[in-house]
Design a protein around this ligand. Structure first.
Ligand code: EPZ
Length: 422
């Protein structure tokens, strides 16, 4: 297994190019199941989760090709001859659940292994299943698998989500795309990644109203496969937010290119509250941090409020603010595993249920730490950049799931990082 050896890197400078969004690419790749033609996607991030989903599709019989130099992939699902997403793949990536809606809509039958537990929380998929049942599917759970059938196809109906669910909304949007009639999703997720899925479908013959709002109205094709034009994935707002935190924690001016500032509103606002100044010019975003970071109060919520996927990074950043910060995690019940690792580095953090209290500014000293999940890993990288001495971050396979060439991008702006073998 690889690990990262990071030396204190007080000053960064230069430009970082942001990759395409992992969490947009995953539903967009699953969407190819709805297409009659091969689907060509550009600006796809070269990360492990994308390769996992492509492997799942090829296990089902689809064919695909990738040009990672150009970050493009092409997927042809006309050769799919199986509708069972097996445990061996699903256990490595819970977003595999995204094939359930499209496969059921196209083939009338689908089996997907229940994703099982996850480091950050129980993460059930009950809302996905209930919505599909309302659309006419018969669903049972047997031996750890979801068995779904819809022999007469799926029918549009009104679905009210008890909770806002990002992949739940994406799954139902894709199921509704081939359903008969109109599906209205109330309390839909408004994340940009869901909005892009809707925009691409809307350009492919599926009329979708309310894109980007909490109420989506999808007029399905009645089983007719879609002709999906080539498209490019939106920029990864969480990757961009992570690098903004790298600039802030090291008090360095950095410029991000190929990013989408309008998807970062709540993150930029919090960094401004901490004293950072921004310059925005189209897809170029520059950050100038203050000499002293102010403490911050954050509550994670669904988009467009502050994203849970940036919580760990801000806990790390808050250790360097001058004062007491309060960060509350409201979406996942166990998303503070980075705290104990940050405490090993010397951070003063107390946890009380879903609220972390971070006393800054704390002096961090390098040591061995362990990544526990994707965003916790990036939080440890941020802390390691300012910790005295050297920090070794182990189990960075978590990081490789969702960040493309993170250490290469940071080394290019002056970070002292080496990727080594255990
Ligand atoms: C997506 O996960 C993202 N993953 C997550 O990013 C992100 O943290 C999350 O949305 C919240 O923004 C992808 O897009 C691939 P949810 P998802 O369904 O869709 C509960 C990362 O770091 N819930 O919006 O699985 C659930 O337990 C990853 O890139 C149900 O109760 O999250 C949670 O408390 C981590 N029943 C809340 O809703 C359901 O059927 C939000 O979950 C579904 C969800």
């Amino acid at each position: 297994m690889d690990y990262l050896k990071i030396k204190q890197s007080k000053k960064l400078s230069g430009t970082i190019e942001i990759s395409g969004a992992k969490n947009a690419s995953l539903p967009l790749i699953a969407m190819s199941i709805l297409a009659k033609n091969p689907v060509n996607i550009s600006n796809v991030p070269n990360v492990v989760d994308i390769k996992t989903l492509l492997k799942l599709l090829s296990n089902l019989g689809a064919s695909h090709s990738e040009d990672w130099q150009r970050h493009t992939i092409s997927i042809d699902t006309s050769s799919i001859n199986d509708t069972k997403a097996t445990y061996d793949i699903v256990k490595t990536m819970r977003a595999s659940i995204l094939v359930l809606g499209p496969i059921l809509a196209r083939y009338g039958v689908c089996e997907v292994s229940l994703p099982g537990g996850c480091a950050i929380g129980q993460r059930p998929v009950d809302l996905h299943l209930r919505a599909l049942e309302l659309m006419g599917a018969k669903i049972s759970i047997e031996s750890g698998y979801i068995h779904a059938v819809a022999p007469d196809g799926l029918k549009g109906c009104e679905i009210v989500f008890d909770k806002i669910t990002v992949t739940g909304t994406a799954n139902i949007v894709m199921a509704a795309a081939l359903a008969k009639g109109v599906t209205t999703i109330v309390n839909a997720a408004r994340e940009p990644e869901v909005a892009q899925l809707c925009e691409i479908l809307n350009r492919s013959g599926v009329s979708i109203k309310g894109i980007g709002t909490a109420v989506l109205e999808i007029c399905g094709s009645g089983g007719e496969l879609l002709n999906i034009e080539d498209f490019s994935v939106i920029a990864d707002r969480i990757e961009a937010g992570t690098y903004l935190c790298a600039a802030a924690i090291t008090h360095s001016k950095l410029t991000l290119t190929k990013c989408e500032p309008k998807h970062l509103g709540s993150v930029i606002a919090k960094l401004e509250e901490m004293g950072c100044v921004f310059d925005i010019d189209g897809d170029v975003l520059s950050i100038t941090p203050p000499k002293k970071l102010k403490p911050i109060k954050i509550v994670t919520q669904e988009y467009p409020a502050f994203p849970t996927d940036m919580q760990a990074q801000f806990v790390a950043l808050a250790t360097q603010a001058e004062g007491v910060s309060i960060i509350e995690e409201k979406l996942f019940e166990n998303r503070f595993m980075h705290v104990s690792e940050l405490q090993r580095l010397g951070a003063h953090i107390t946890l009380n249920g879903s609220v972390a209290t971070i006393e800054g500014k704390s002096k961090l000293s390098g040591t061995d730490v362990m990544a526990t999940d994707l965003r916790a890993s990036s939080a440890l990288v941020l802390a390691a950049l300012v910790a005295d001495g050297e920090t070794n971050i182990h189990r960075i396979y978590h990081l490789d799931r969702g960040y493309e060439e993170l250490e290469t991008k940071l080394i290019a702006v002056g970070a002292k990082i080496k990727r080594l073998k255990e």
